[in-house]
Design a protein around this ligand. Structure first.
Ligand SMILES: Cc1cc2nc3c(=O)[nH]c(=O)nc-3n(C[C@H](O)[C@H](O)[C@H](O)COP(=O)(O)OP(=O)(O)OC[C@H]3O[C@@H](n4cnc5c(N)ncnc54)[C@H](O)[C@@H]3O)c2cc1C
Ligand code: FES
Length: 548
């Protein structure tokens, strides 16, 4: 049976995909004015996701003048496409993190995420708003490909890192699972866009400014120039664009872009215990962070909760490397959810995907942009824990700007390079990525293939000796883009699920109209629209028959 999910045609221009996530759908796009004048401020922040808004919130409370700009709306990046578990149960596993960083740093890491959850709770109490925040337990249980010894190793490492954990024999609410699990106490969840809405209102009330639909096209240590040629001069520049668009190469060699998928299904209210569930990941997949499932509940309506199930990750633009297509991921999630939660496919009302950046050594990069001026900062390498990383960025970057000591500065320093200890992972990702890039590079089809492109599908086609990405929309118009990524010229691949051109090299993504959806690219792909009426004529000149 065909499932009806929320797809908003055209939202790909303002969010990073064609599917509309529950968070955006339930709150609506949070848009402010477009910047139409030149400005001077203490701090300019580019990007209004959890990172940018958290940084602005902390700075405004420290008495700084702050301007935030976003080329979409508040939360239109990956924060709108998250699942918003707030955890210190880190998905890279403490036993791995300990190996690379040592026990002391693993403990500091746990402390930083605990502090982030506590801080969110304090902010909500202090500023008195509701964003469905809830403290709850999380349960880490074994994927069938993993062994009990992983749980034992993680139990020891998490205890050493100071987490409140215990091994339990049963996982509440989970069907068809007989093994043990680790219970993590005092984890949390919230509605990310309700949280950002409340913080944005506070920032504005305290004299800060937020401009949406305002793209930074030039960034340096003096400030920003926007797409409308407006200049913002600032003492400090913070690039919170998820993938830093002011850093051409260095940071993009230290992290890898993955896509992750989510389904949301209605379940009768209170029919499941309110906890977080995570499995340990599929060790059969040849990935450094084995793709794992992550599940939570969300208040939905008077009679239902929404069960939000995520997983099926793969490197961006390389779904085929796991022998799957992007759009098939939801069916795998449904099958898994059916087995473990009795979910019926016809009750799935949301599906969407998003992007995470996996840092080579498992820790995000938050602080001064390496090799840049001292007043320029970045937040990236969020991994599956980007909610707490965003809150940590708020505290850490505001301390760096206001000259306060922060215990976590070295831990998150973007300039670190753990090649010796994280080298194995680094080289495996690099070599595997290169191999798969060439293996699955799109084949350029003969011009005649244009006729065979079905509605809502795309192909790479030779047009007058040049490879072009061609998408045929539902009105039979052809959207034609150049296929060389504007970051470092890798060839982009079509993602038929989110209707985007995705770059397998460092995760840049472009809409079918060539607009940047995810960095590091910041320039759009060359684009040309051939309408249905034009197409016969245009291609007649070039002796190409595109009529179907
Ligand atoms: C499916 C999925 C599930 C996840 N689940 C969890 C979870 O349960 N827990 C957790 O902790 N983390 C989770 N994450 C990770 C987390 O959601 C992200 O790490 C986090 O939202 C990133 O926030 P951000 O502010 O750094 O980036 P974003 O939210 O992407 O914000 C960056 C902003 O910059 C803007 N921008 C980009 N370029 C420009 C420009 N040139 N000019 C102006 N603005 C620009 C974008 O429009 C965007 O709004 C998940 C991620 C995904 C995809
Ligand atoms: S993202 Fe770097 S080349 Fe495309």
């Amino acid at each position: 049976m065909e499932t009806e999910t929320h797809v908003h045609p055209g939202t790909e221009k303002i969010t990073s995909g064609a599917h509309s996530p529950y968070w955006v759908d339930s709150v609506g796009p949070l848009a402010f004015l477009k910047l139409e004048e030149d400005l001077t401020t203490d701090v300019i922040i580019i990007g209004a996701g959890i990172s940018g808004i958290s940084i602005a919130y902390e700075l405004i409370n420290s008495g700084k003048k702050v301007v935030v700009i976003d080329d979409g709306f508040v939360g239109s990046g990956e924060t709108g496409r998250t699942t918003a578990h707030l955890v210190n149960a880190l998905d890279d596993r403490y036993y791995n993190l300990e190996k690379v960083h040592g026990k002391k740093k693993a403990k500091l890491l746990a402390e930083s995420h605990r502090k982030a959850i506590d801080h969110v709770e304090e902010i909500i109490k202090l500023d008195r708003f509701d964003c469905d925040f809830k403290r709850l337990d999380g349960f880490l249980f074994l994927h069938p490909s993993d062994s009990d010894s992983s749980l034992d190793k993680e139990l020891i490492a998490t205890k050493e890192a100071g987490l409140d954990v215990e091994k339990v024999k049963k996982v509440p609410g989970l069907l068809n699972y007989r093994g043990a699990a680790i219970r993590f106490a005092r984890q949390a969840r919230f509605h990310p866009l309700k949280y950002l809405t409340a913080l944005s209102n506070i920032i504005l009330k305290k004299g800060g400014a937020i401009y949406t639909d305002t793209k930074a096209i030039k960034i340096d240590h003096t400030g920003v120039v926007t797409d409308k040629k407006r200049r913002i001069i600032a003492d400090h520049v913070v690039v919170a664009t998820n993938s830093p668009i002011n850093n051409l190469v260095r940071m993009h060699l230290k992290q890898y872009a993955y896509r992750s998928y989510v389904i949301g299904t209605k379940v009768p209210k209170d029919s499941l215990p309110d906890v977080l569930w995570w499995d340990t990941g599929d060790f059969k997949e040849n990935a450094q962070t084995p793709p794992y499932h992550y599940v939570r509940l969300q208040e939905f309506d008077a009679t239902h909760d929404l069960l939000v199930i995520g997983g099926e990750d793969h490197p961006t633009g390389l779904a085929e490397a796991s022998e799957k297509k992007e759009e098939d991921a939801y069916a795998y999630l449904e099958a898994w959810a059916q087995k473990h939660f009795g979910v019926k496919a016809e009750n799935v009302i949301y599906k969407w995907s998003g992007q995470v950046l996996e840092p080579m050594d498992g820790i995000a990069f938050i602080g001064k942009n390496p090799g840049d001026h001292d007043n320029t900062y970045i937040v990236t390498g969020d991994s599956g824990n980007g909610m707490t990383h965003g809150v940590i960025a708020g505290m850490l970057i505001s301390d760096l700007i206001t000259g306060k000591h922060n215990n976590f500065e070295d831990l998150y320093d973007p300039g670190r390079f753990k090649l010796l200890k994280a080298g194995n992972k680094f080289f495996k990702e690099l070599i595997g990525g290169l191999f798969n890039y060439f293996r699955y590079k799109p084949k350029t089809e003969e011009p005649d293939e244009l006729r065979l492109i079905a509605k809502n599908e795309a192909k790479v086609v030779d047009i007058k000796g040049e490879s072009k990405g061609v998408f045929r929309d539902e009105h039979d118009h052809l959207h034609i883009v150049g296929v060389e990524c504007t970051h470092l010229k890798c060839i982009v691949k079509w993602n038929n699920d989110e209707k985007s051109w995705d770059c397998p090299c460092h995760g840049s993504r472009f809409s079918y109209e060539g607009k940047v959806l995810n960095g590091p690219a910041s320039t759009d792909l060359p684009y040309r629209l051939i309408t249905k009426t034009d197409s016969g004529m245009f291609f007649k000149d070039e002796k190409i028959n595109v009529k179907r």
